[in-house]
Design a protein around this ligand. Structure first.
Ligand SMILES: C[S@@+](CC[C@H](N)C(=O)[O-])C[C@H]1O[C@@H](n2cnc3c(N)ncnc32)[C@H](O)[C@@H]1O
Length: 203
């Protein structure tokens, strides 16, 4: 329940694992997130305008606008190979309408599944997205938590999805945050609650 007083928030949808993809293969959410059709369908439905796929990995997304694929790993098929923690140095301010952020979710994943390539300072990446996203643009974040762009007053939570993976595995959490003119809650002095101090515990 989101009643503006309590701090509870709705989960928009829970996406069940299992079943088969359109090509008949069994559905599983593995290391290349968007090879899993429900994840790809979800993210593609949210793409607008110029898109930065900030940790692009392997899977190519369909979209009728420009997608800039970035991945630090030079072996990935990407347009740029910048560290997402400093990505705003390489693009103009407010030059994207959508940022997709699907980094390794933890150090073990980075070591085991992504050639030891890490995005340890998640907060630095989020700060850069704040700079890169145009008004009314979106940041779509994949990970183990639902924080997304909540550190930044200019963003509002639009949706939160849980992608289930099975009885003993963690769900993947997808957050969708829209850049507004800064409409998050303010304290009595008009300061944005949650801005700047909520750096979280970057891995
Ligand atoms: C979860 S995978 C992305 C999967 C992708 N969404 C897909 O469906 O194919 C994470 C990717 O982030 C890249 N990566 C890791 N650390 C990074 C960093 N600091 N900056 C940019 N890319 C990074 C890895 O090389 C890996 O390809």
């Amino acid at each position: 329940m989101s009643d503006g007083i309590s701090r509870f928030e709705d989960v928009t949808d829970v996406v069940a694992n299992g079943g088969r993809d359109r090509d008949g293969n069994a559905r599983t959410l593995g290391r290349w997130t968007f090879e899993y059709e429900p994840a790809r369908d979800l993210v593609e439905s949210l793409l607008e305008g110029r898109v930065l796929n900030a940790c692009a990995g392997k899977t190519k997304l369909n979209h009728d606008g420009e997608i800039v694929r970035n991945d630090l790993n030079p072996e990935r098929d990407a347009d740029t190979h910048h560290n997402v923690e400093r990505i705003a140095e390489h693009f103009g301010p407010q030059s994207f309408d959508t940022v997709v952020f699907d980094p390794p979710f933890d150090d073990t994943q980075a070591d085991d599944k992504y050639d030891g390539i890490h995005a340890k300072n998640i907060y630095a990446a989020l700060e850069d997205f704040e700079e890169l996203v145009r008004p009314n643009g979106r940041v779509i974040t994949f990970g183990w938590n639902s924080w997304g762009m909540k550190s930044f007053a200019a963003f509002e939570r639009e949706a939160t999805y849980l992608l289930q993976r099975g009885p003993v595995l963690r769900d993947v959490i997808v957050t969708v945050d829209r850049r507004t003119t800064g409409t998050l809650a303010t304290d009595g002095a008009g300061r944005y609650v949650g801005a700047e101090t909520d750096r979280g515990d970057s891995r």
